[in-house]
Design a protein around this ligand. Structure first.
Ligand SMILES: [Fe+2]
Length: 338
């Protein structure tokens, strides 16, 4: 039996400010964020991040536990504005993730099964070599759309496609995270992951890269943040860096063009290929579900508030002095409605 192909999110979701405000509460405040391997956070240093308007600082202090042979520092993540500690999680192989609000569920509830996949890689053996951040004319989802499929690879990344032909490319969706396979017949061929909503991780050979797609108040402006790790340094690292930056620049240019077209109304909504774009379909569906859930929650809260206000008004009328004895206007009601 033929099934309907998955549909994309409407173009307005890439340009609307109110929709972004809703996404902040529906998706971002309820999610987990990959910050990096713990070796990035040297004792005595402070590393700052920002996700959806929440500023946070990661600090590491030397661990006094003599049994801790591996992770010799203790991590603290604080909301930089309020000073409130934020829940974070370090995997058994040294990868740090954080929440940005108490609304997020536990790490294992949000990313079931992820810990097992991450435990196959030791994240502490590739030193941090370089980070780069810049802002661009894109919506955060424009970039994730591109990351979650490889149909564009042959056209956009000619050099990359020669090295890694996209013939076998496949994406396996899990709850709130996706695993990409360059060659599904060789599942041990590196680790390529996406974490809802905006973090990614790639590990292959001696190199590892992470990027975060950080939205701003303007739905058409997004900050990209990349961290590069590698066992090699010097010229060998520069060769690697040149190659990965070329691929990143090609993606960025493509996404800015797509965003321009979305804003010009070239495209409104369409269908996705259920096999080749299953990663895009999955994450967009999750965003849609979370936004609709939030919208319903907001409506329910508004109805409860209205009912409470109506009950309070009725109560004020019923308990007002002279309600039945004279026609003096009830001050409580007048003040409440002023
Ligand atoms: Fe790409």
């Amino acid at each position: 039996m033929a099934t309907n192909p998955p549909r994309t999110l409407p173009a307005s979701w890439y340009t609307s400010r109110p929709l972004y405000q809703l996404e902040c509460r529906a998706v971002f405040l309820k999610s987990w964020y990959l910050l990096g391997p713990i070796i990035k956070f040297l004792p005595g240093t402070f590393v700052d991040y920002e996700f959806a308007g929440i500023y946070l600082t990661v600090t590491a202090t030397p661990c006094m536990d003599p049994n801790d042979q591996r992770h010799n520092s203790s991590i603290t993540v604080l909301d930089s504005t309020t000073g409130t500690p934020l829940r974070h999680h370090t995997t058994s192989t040294g990868l740090l993730s954080t929440t940005i609000s108490p609304l997020a569920p536990s790490f294992h509830t949000f990313f079931p099964g992820l810990e097992g996949t991450l435990s196959t890689v030791d994240f502490t053996v590739r030193p941090h070599r370089r980070s780069i951040a810049y802002e661009g004319h894109i919506n955060w989802k424009t970039m994730i759309d591109g990351y979650q499929e490889c149909l564009h690879c042959q056209y956009t990344h000619p050099a990359f496609s020669l090295l890694y032909p996209p013939t076998f490319y496949a994406v396996k969706n899990h709850h709130n995270w996706c695993q990409h396979y360059a060659d599904a017949a060789r599942p041990d061929d590196g680790l390529f992951l996406y974490f809802l909503p905006n973090c990614t991780l790639k590990v292959y050979g001696g190199g590892m890269s992470l990027f975060r797609v950080c939205p701003t108040e303007d739905p058409g402006r997004t900050r990209m943040e990349f961290d590069y790790y590698n066992v090699v340094e010097g010229e060998e690292f520069e060769e690697y860096y040149k190659f990965v930056r070329q691929v990143a620049d090609e993606d960025f240019e493509l996404c800015e063009t797509v965003q321009g077209n979305l804003e010009r109304g070239v495209y409104a909504e369409g269908v996705l290929n259920s096999v080749k774009e299953n990663g895009v379909a999955y994450y967009q569906q999750r965003v849609l579900e979370m936004v609709l859930e939030q919208h319903q929650e907001d409506r329910q809260q508004a109805r409860t508030r209205e009912a409470e206000e109506a009950a309070a008004s009725t109560s004020a009328v019923e308990h007002a002095p002279g309600r039945h004895g004279n026609s003096i206007p009830n001050r409580a009601i007048v003040e409440a409605s002023a």
